[in-house]
Design a protein around this ligand. Structure first.
Ligand SMILES: [Zn+2]
Length: 156
Protein backbone atom coordinates (compact mmCIF):
# COMPACT_ATOMS: atom_id res chain seq x y z
CA UNK A 1 0.00 0.00 0.00
CA UNK A 2 1.28 3.46 -0.85
CA UNK A 3 2.54 5.79 1.86
CA UNK A 4 -0.33 8.15 1.45
CA UNK A 5 -3.36 6.22 0.26
CA UNK A 6 -6.35 7.99 -1.20
CA UNK A 7 -9.92 6.97 -0.50
CA UNK A 8 -13.41 7.11 -1.86
CA UNK A 9 -16.39 6.48 0.40
CA UNK A 10 -19.98 5.72 -0.44
CA UNK A 11 -22.56 8.42 0.24
CA UNK A 12 -23.38 7.10 3.72
CA UNK A 13 -19.85 7.67 5.02
CA UNK A 14 -19.58 11.44 4.64
CA UNK A 15 -18.64 11.96 8.28
CA UNK A 16 -15.82 9.46 8.07
CA UNK A 17 -14.56 11.22 4.93
CA UNK A 18 -14.31 14.51 6.84
CA UNK A 19 -12.24 12.91 9.58
CA UNK A 20 -9.90 11.35 7.05
CA UNK A 21 -9.47 14.75 5.37
CA UNK A 22 -8.78 16.30 8.77
CA UNK A 23 -5.97 13.78 9.22
CA UNK A 24 -4.62 14.75 5.81
CA UNK A 25 -5.95 11.97 3.60
CA UNK A 26 -7.44 12.74 0.21
CA UNK A 27 -10.96 11.30 0.44
CA UNK A 28 -13.76 11.65 -2.09
CA UNK A 29 -17.37 10.98 -1.25
CA UNK A 30 -19.24 9.23 -4.00
CA UNK A 31 -22.58 11.04 -4.19
CA UNK A 32 -24.69 8.07 -5.15
CA UNK A 33 -25.22 4.52 -3.99
CA UNK A 34 -22.15 2.33 -3.95
CA UNK A 35 -21.89 0.22 -7.07
CA UNK A 36 -20.07 -0.28 -10.30
CA UNK A 37 -19.66 3.46 -10.93
CA UNK A 38 -17.95 3.95 -7.59
CA UNK A 39 -15.57 1.10 -8.31
CA UNK A 40 -14.76 2.58 -11.70
CA UNK A 41 -13.87 5.91 -10.09
CA UNK A 42 -11.74 4.18 -7.46
CA UNK A 43 -9.87 2.27 -10.11
CA UNK A 44 -9.32 5.32 -12.32
CA UNK A 45 -7.95 7.41 -9.45
CA UNK A 46 -6.22 4.67 -7.47
CA UNK A 47 -8.45 5.06 -4.42
CA UNK A 48 -9.28 2.57 -1.70
CA UNK A 49 -13.04 2.00 -1.49
CA UNK A 50 -14.65 2.46 1.92
CA UNK A 51 -18.17 1.15 2.07
CA UNK A 52 -20.72 -0.55 4.26
CA UNK A 53 -22.20 -2.46 1.35
CA UNK A 54 -21.15 -6.07 1.51
CA UNK A 55 -22.37 -6.80 -2.01
CA UNK A 56 -20.18 -4.27 -3.80
CA UNK A 57 -17.48 -6.70 -4.94
CA UNK A 58 -16.93 -7.05 -8.64
CA UNK A 59 -14.77 -9.56 -10.40
CA UNK A 60 -12.96 -7.12 -12.64
CA UNK A 61 -12.08 -4.67 -9.88
CA UNK A 62 -8.37 -4.81 -9.11
CA UNK A 63 -8.30 -2.27 -6.29
CA UNK A 64 -8.91 -2.53 -2.57
CA UNK A 65 -12.38 -2.54 -1.00
CA UNK A 66 -12.55 -2.07 2.74
CA UNK A 67 -15.87 -3.22 4.10
CA UNK A 68 -16.68 -1.31 7.28
CA UNK A 69 -18.72 -2.99 9.95
CA UNK A 70 -18.99 -0.24 12.54
CA UNK A 71 -21.70 2.42 12.63
CA UNK A 72 -19.90 4.81 14.95
CA UNK A 73 -17.62 7.25 13.12
CA UNK A 74 -14.79 7.01 15.69
CA UNK A 75 -14.80 3.22 15.38
CA UNK A 76 -14.94 3.44 11.58
CA UNK A 77 -11.96 5.78 11.62
CA UNK A 78 -10.01 3.45 13.88
CA UNK A 79 -10.83 0.56 11.59
CA UNK A 80 -9.51 2.40 8.51
CA UNK A 81 -6.36 3.57 10.33
CA UNK A 82 -5.63 0.05 11.53
CA UNK A 83 -6.39 -1.84 8.32
CA UNK A 84 -4.56 0.63 6.08
CA UNK A 85 -1.71 1.19 8.56
CA UNK A 86 -2.21 4.94 8.32
CA UNK A 87 0.38 7.06 10.03
CA UNK A 88 -1.17 9.91 11.95
CA UNK A 89 1.20 12.86 11.89
CA UNK A 90 0.24 16.06 13.60
CA UNK A 91 1.97 18.18 10.97
CA UNK A 92 -0.24 16.65 8.28
CA UNK A 93 -3.45 17.37 10.13
CA UNK A 94 -5.72 20.33 9.36
CA UNK A 95 -4.11 20.87 5.97
CA UNK A 96 -7.19 20.15 3.88
CA UNK A 97 -10.58 21.75 3.41
CA UNK A 98 -13.04 19.32 5.00
CA UNK A 99 -15.74 20.35 2.56
CA UNK A 100 -13.79 20.42 -0.71
CA UNK A 101 -11.13 17.75 -0.13
CA UNK A 102 -8.30 19.90 -1.38
CA UNK A 103 -5.08 21.20 0.14
CA UNK A 104 -5.29 24.56 1.91
CA UNK A 105 -2.86 27.29 0.92
CA UNK A 106 -1.14 29.64 3.33
CA UNK A 107 -2.36 33.20 3.06
CA UNK A 108 -0.90 36.44 4.42
CA UNK A 109 -2.59 37.84 7.51
CA UNK A 110 -2.98 41.20 5.79
CA UNK A 111 -5.10 39.54 3.11
CA UNK A 112 -7.60 38.12 5.59
CA UNK A 113 -8.00 41.20 7.77
CA UNK A 114 -11.48 41.94 6.40
CA UNK A 115 -12.49 38.29 6.22
CA UNK A 116 -12.09 37.02 9.77
CA UNK A 117 -13.42 38.22 13.14
CA UNK A 118 -11.25 40.93 14.68
CA UNK A 119 -10.42 38.78 17.72
CA UNK A 120 -9.15 36.03 15.46
CA UNK A 121 -7.11 38.46 13.40
CA UNK A 122 -5.45 39.82 16.53
CA UNK A 123 -4.69 36.44 18.10
CA UNK A 124 -3.76 34.18 15.21
CA UNK A 125 -0.58 34.35 13.23
CA UNK A 126 -1.15 31.73 10.57
CA UNK A 127 -4.03 31.57 8.13
CA UNK A 128 -4.88 29.19 5.32
CA UNK A 129 -7.29 29.48 2.46
CA UNK A 130 -9.16 26.86 0.47
CA UNK A 131 -8.54 27.47 -3.23
CA UNK A 132 -11.99 26.10 -4.09
CA UNK A 133 -14.51 27.53 -1.60
CA UNK A 134 -12.20 30.42 -0.56
CA UNK A 135 -12.86 29.60 3.12
CA UNK A 136 -10.30 30.98 5.60
CA UNK A 137 -9.01 28.65 8.31
CA UNK A 138 -6.92 29.17 11.42
CA UNK A 139 -5.97 27.35 14.56
CA UNK A 140 -8.95 27.61 16.87
CA UNK A 141 -11.70 25.96 18.83
CA UNK A 142 -12.60 23.60 16.01
CA UNK A 143 -9.07 22.22 15.93
CA UNK A 144 -8.94 21.86 19.71
CA UNK A 145 -12.28 20.02 19.74
CA UNK A 146 -11.14 17.72 16.96
CA UNK A 147 -7.91 16.90 18.78
CA UNK A 148 -9.89 16.16 21.94
CA UNK A 149 -12.17 13.81 20.03
CA UNK A 150 -9.18 11.97 18.52
CA UNK A 151 -7.47 11.73 21.90
CA UNK A 152 -10.61 10.51 23.63
CA UNK A 153 -10.90 7.66 21.15
CA UNK A 154 -7.23 6.74 21.35
CA UNK A 155 -6.54 7.74 17.76
CA UNK A 156 -3.73 10.18 18.55
ZN1 LIG B 1 -13.09 24.43 0.51
Amino acid sequence: MSDCPKFVTDATLGKLAKWLRLLGYDTRVFPREAGRELLRLAQAEGRIVLTKRADIRERQFAGIVLLLKQNDVALQLKEVIEKCSLKIEKNKMFGMCLKCNCALEPVEATEVRELVPIYVFEHCQAFNRCPVCRGIFWEGTHQRNSLQFLQKHGII
